[in-house]
Design a protein around this ligand. Structure first.
Ligand SMILES: [Zn+2]
Length: 148
């Protein structure tokens, strides 16, 4: 990639990660809201946010404010949505507002995703380490606070 192409890619990455952060607002989880987009050939082929499986009540936390064990992460929701579509995530880029955990990283690898752009660091980096071990390009782009 030459310089201008590289700059274009960075500009696109910034826009998609901002879109993922807007998408995170769909999450009805209270403790944490995470959004994910899967982009292939400049098209958004899937999206997801953290939440309970289809058919379950839209409440992520129990009475002690602990996240229920069956809440799906945004990445898992975006990947499994592709499983129900005619699209393929092979070679795609995932944009996710938080750094993927190790469980989601396994899914990302198996889904054939080749790039992961994330915006919020997490104290555990084992997910990111796994992605890198699998040869996936991992890019960190912080979301800039917009002036209102
Ligand atoms: Zn996860």
């Amino acid at each position: 990639m030459d310089n201008s192409e590289n700059e274009k890619q960075i500009a696109l990455d910034r826009r998609y990660i901002r879109m993922a952060s807007i998408w995170a607002e769909n999450s009805y989880c209270k403790r944490r809201q995470v959004g994910a987009l899967i982009v292939k050939d400049k098209m958004i082929i899937s999206d997801g946010y953290n939440g309970t499986p289809s058919g379950f009540e839209n409440v992520c936390e129990d009475e002690n404010n602990i996240t229920k064990p069956y809440v799906l992460h945004a990445e898992a929701n975006a990947i499994t949505k592709i499983a129900r579509s005619n699209n393929s995530s092979d070679g795609a880029t995932m944009y996710v507002t938080a750094s993927p955990c190790i469980e989601c990283s396994k899914l990302i690898i198996q889904a054939g995703i080749k790039r992961v752009v994330y915006s919020e660091k997490y104290r555990l980096e084992d997910g990111l380490d796994l992605l890198k071990r699998a040869g996936i390009e991992v890019v960190y782009i912080p979301i800039e606070n917009e002036q209102s």
